[in-house]
Design a protein around this ligand. Structure first.
Ligand code: ADP
Ligand code: TPW
Ligand code: MG
Length: 596
């Protein structure tokens, strides 16, 4: 990435603070450079041009000066949302997303997103200002006192603190390497207030900065691992490929598609891998998932973990007799982490390396005459899939009143089909599960959602980052509860005038809007104000708010949002009885299980 600084703001910054380095204006070469400027210069040197954050002591001037130096600084209303934005920017761009916060409370607000980045394998750096070490360490009660480094460590892939201005270069370089290399993750960088004000000789200072060479080095898989995997795959009678978000992250799209197509094997995309190949691809087996998983004999996992989202590779989902029983499948796992294999069940053929190198090696090893899987398996999968697609088409064609998830999402499905470059942000329970299964994706990295934790609150932060990093139209399908976690950021969306269309699936509550307090005193814990007018929130900040009671109202509002690219919030009134408890994961809910 090139230096995006324009001369004018840079000069202005240099003039406003003549003692402090601007970093690039040769004629007004300053004598000294301070910690603020070193941080900015180190980030820019490494092609990092955007900060998601929230200003305050001690980083207010860092945000101002970063902006004056040509960086994009997106200021949020709550650090958690800035953090989620940074995390998904990392996923979308393969550069660490930067979240910048103040000390203790700001840091803690951002910490959730740092943990989220680590859990989801997204590269992100949380940079937080912190208070005076001497006072913090003696617990003498400094302003916003907290040992942030210690608190961050358990949820970060790595955590560092920089105490001296001449170590800023090393600190930023280590943070970038840790975030990007191997399995990506969240990195914490602690910058005490005193560091920012330290000044050192400008020339010496600039020599301390490091432009990281090859931050995500290739990791070539062992040839024997590739052969072992291909031998197993070749022996399969009923193979299936599972594509995960590690495959989507790697940006090896054409090779992954070539691998799947050459193999002829049915594949299942995990939710953020949807669109890696179009969901309408003839080998896509999403609509036959519950047939394919128990039926398969060999499973090739490509950038997907056998965690809860895949029922840990065993149990009834996989044809096992009970919850912990092995279904009999053999597994190939392609992953950059050498520790991932065997985390849940035996992996017969681990292929460890970076995705691009692994997929290239597998493709080369398959040669020109790879035999497609047995026709019986393909036709059984095809039959199941077509049957389920036909059933779904019937459901989608209905037009019940009030509108339900299906009739509303049928509209979203058409809109995404007509706008395949749009990015779909999705969170909620029913609002998530129905969208994932109904709305087809056509291109890689166009669907971003609650991820590995099934976390609520990523919505508006993701929207901002998706719009800023890609320039594409963003469409967010949000449960009304899910939206509430980050709803105030509609102001941020309006302030930066981003092409974001938020559609709230408003069913008056968490899962449903029908619960009542058996004692009759309060609203039930799962319900909200009935028929709340969320669209007015968007209007409050100058965006477009629309109430949609029918699919046709929803359709025209979405079409207009895309045409105008104006910040838009559509409040889609969904039948409050339509959802199910916990969406698709009722089985994980101990209370619901006991119900007759
Ligand atoms: P999903 O939720 O889509 O199933 P997961 O987050 O569980 O996906 O798994 C993603 C996997 O991808 C992780 O195990 C991670 O180590 C792996 N991964 C991430 N980036 C790469 C890469 N560049 N090359 C290979 N594997 C990767
Ligand atoms: C940070 C628990 C999972 S899903 C959900 C909650 C609160 C909201 C579901 O209601 P919504 O969707 O969004 O209205 P719908 O369509 O079913 O009505 N806190 C966090 N993360 C999670 N996952 C929860 C709580 C939860
Ligand atoms: Mg709801």
């Amino acid at each position: 990435m090139t230096d995006t600084a324009t001369k004018t703001p840079e000069r202005a910054a240099a003039e406003a603070t003549p003692k402090i380095g601007s970093g690039s204006d040769a004629q007004a070469q300053p004598q000294e450079i301070d910690g603020f400027q070193l941080v900015i210069d180190a980030l820019k040197l490494n092609g990092i041009d955007t900060i998601y954050g929230l200003p305050g002591i001690p980083i207010t001037d860092l945000t101002r000066r970063a902006q004056a130096n040509g960086m994009r600084v997106l200021a949020f209303r709550h650090e958690q949302n800035a953090g989620y934005a940074a995390s998904i920017a990392g996923f979308l761009t393969q550069k660490p997303g930067i979240c910048l916060t103040v000390s203790a409370p700001g840091f803690l607000n951002g910490l959730n997103a740092l943990a989220h980045a680590t859990v989801n394998c997204f590269p992100m750096i949380l940079i937080s200002g912190s208070s005076e070490r001497e006072i913090v360490d003696l617990q003498q009660g400094d302003y916003e006192e907290m040992d942030q480094l210690a608190v961050a460590k358990p949820v970060a892939k790595a955590a560092y603190r920089v105490l001296h201005a001449d170590d800023v270069g090393v600190g930023i370089a280590r943070a970038i390497r840790a975030a990007l290399s191997g399995r990506p993750g969240g990195v914490y960088l602690d910058l005490p207030a005193r560091l920012f004000a330290q000044s050192i000789d400008a020339e010496t200072g600039s020599k301390t900065l490091i432009k990281v060479v090859d931050p995500a080095p290739r990791q070539i898989p062992a040839p024997e691992a590739v052969t072992r995997a291909l031998d197993l795959l070749r022996s399969a009678k009923r193979p299936v490929i599972v594509l995960g978000k590690g495959a989507a992250y790697a940006q090896a799209d054409s090779d992954i598609r070539a691998l799947v197509e050459k193999s002829g094997i049915p594949y299942l995309p995990m939710s953020m891998a949807k669109g890696l190949l179009p969901d309408t691809h003839e080998q896509c087996a999403s609509a036959a998932r519950s047939f394919v998983l128990p039926g398969a004999d060999v499973v090739m996992l490509i950038g997907a973990r056998l965690n809860w989202l895949l029922s840990h590779g065993k149990g009834k989902t996989w044809g096992g007799k009970s919850a912990k029983d092995w279904g009999g499948q053999k597994f190939i796992q392609v992953d950059i982490s050498p520790q991932e294999a065997d985390s849940n069940v035996r992996i017969d053929a681990p292929v460890v390396g970076d995705m691009r190198s692994c997929v290239a090696a597998l493709l080369a090893g398959m040669g020109a005459n790879w035999a497609k899987p047995p026709g019986e398996w393909l036709s059984a999968v095809g039959e199941k899939k077509n049957g389920n697609i036909a059933k779904m088409a019937e459901t989608l064609a209905k037009n019940p009143s009030p509108m339900n998830f299906h009739s509303a999402l049928n509209v979203v499905r058409d809109i995404i089909k007509a706008n395949p470059d749009a990015i779909l942000v999705n969170e909620g329970a029913n609002a998530l599960d129905f969208t994932r299964s109904i709305v087809d994706m056509y291109k890689p990295r166009k669907r971003i959602d609650v991820g590995t934790w099934g976390i609520m609150g990523v919505g508006m932060g993701y929207c901002v980052a998706a719009a800023v990093t890609t320039g594409q139209q963003v469409i967010a399908v949000e449960g009304d509860s899910a939206f509430g976690f980050s709803g105030m950021e509609v102001e941020t969306i309006c302030r930066y005038n981003l092409p974001v269309c938020v559609v709230i699936m408003n069913n008056n509550g968490v899962y449903k809007g029908t619960d009542v307090d058996p004692t009759g005193r309060d609203p039930a814990p799962t319900v909200f104000v009935k028929s709340a007018r969320y669209e007015k929130l968007m209007e409050a900040f100058g965006g477009v708010g629309v109430m949609a009671a029918t699919p046709s109202e929803l359709r025209s509002a979405m079409e207009e949002a895309i045409r105008s690219r104006k910040p838009t919030l559509i409040n889609a009134a969904i039948d409050e009885r339509a959802g199910t408890e916990s969406g698709r994961i009722t089985s994980l809910n101990p209370a619901a299980k006991k119900k007759p």
